[in-house]
Design a binder for this molecule. Sequence first.
Ligand code: SF4
Length: 382
Amino acid sequence: MEKQLSNPVSYELGPYRPPSEAYSLLLRLTRNCPWNRCRFCEMYKGQKFELRTMADIKQDIITAAQIRDEIAELAKNAYAKDLRKAAAAVFSNPPDFVYQNVALWLYKGGQNVFLQDANSLVMPTADLVEVLKFLKEKLPTVNRITSYCRAKTAALKKPEELQAVRAAGLTRLHIGLESGSNNILKMIDKGVTAAEEIDGGKKVVAAGISLSEYYLLGIGGKALWQEQAVESARVLNAINPDFIRVRTLSINERMLMWQDVQNGVFVRTTDEELIEELKLFIQNLNCRANFVSDHISNLLQELEGNLPEDKEKLLAIIARFQALTPAERQVYRIGRRARYYNVLDDLTDPGLHQAVEQIIAKLSNGTGQVDEQVVYKMREAM
Ligand code: SF4
């Protein structure tokens, strides 16, 4: 690769993107999170929020276009004009992560861009519009631009501001709802109320921006899991987002909530209780949305469908898990947390089953019953 790309260039990337943006070109507009107080979140702890300058952002876009042109040139000279082949070659041996990101983006069609970091909408609207227009001008194949956003920030925007960013090219926002319960939102210091979540979400939808809302399974703990399910469904029903995405709570030492767990203020729910919460949540949803469980932290990643028509299908998957014997449920839970299983059908594979039984024997010291603390550790290691 080094001899084919004459003078490698680079630019700044942020550390995170949603799984659904795995093939997107990453472009950093701001650094870190302007709120940074959520007790369950470690992402930007200790990092100062900063707006990047317009000049720096535009230079990054110009550099991304330059790398795209370099890869196109390589395709012409070494891969019979096959851009995907050239992109694959750069991806497998890139000068740095920026080249790898641009190469993957081109390989996948060069259409999607994800704006980093935690809340791009916090930029002055006129600046965001200017960036979006510049991006579309320099990278004309782009037709989908997405970003993370806080519900509170969306609620503070005027409808015409959101319409302006939509018109300039922003097509989707990812909002971490986490919970629709005011008690839980306060407990986790989310910095937003359920009413503001509804207001912000509805404004995004009304502006014609596709909206992904993230539900944090388990964030109510043992005390508030029912409230978490019912109140979150109420808020999402009022918003009608395009996507509802499930994430399962994981708590580690770097999170403020770790202390709450240690001193008993917050008691985590077990895998089986999480599934009961998920059932109650889905039962209470009556909005139109794509329901997606696209995260490795989720026990039942196969839960996917369009609401409301697929509601019974989703509940049937949960019922299938709950109808297993306690021993088989443990096999699935441990197999899933140990990354042997992806879907319930994997239970029918005898080889995998035997491997998971061996793990259970080891983890339980031969008793056959794995301690819940061990399961938490496995869950949180994911
Ligand atoms: S707003 Fe998002 S990124 Fe910021 S602290 Fe909360 S969860 Fe983390």
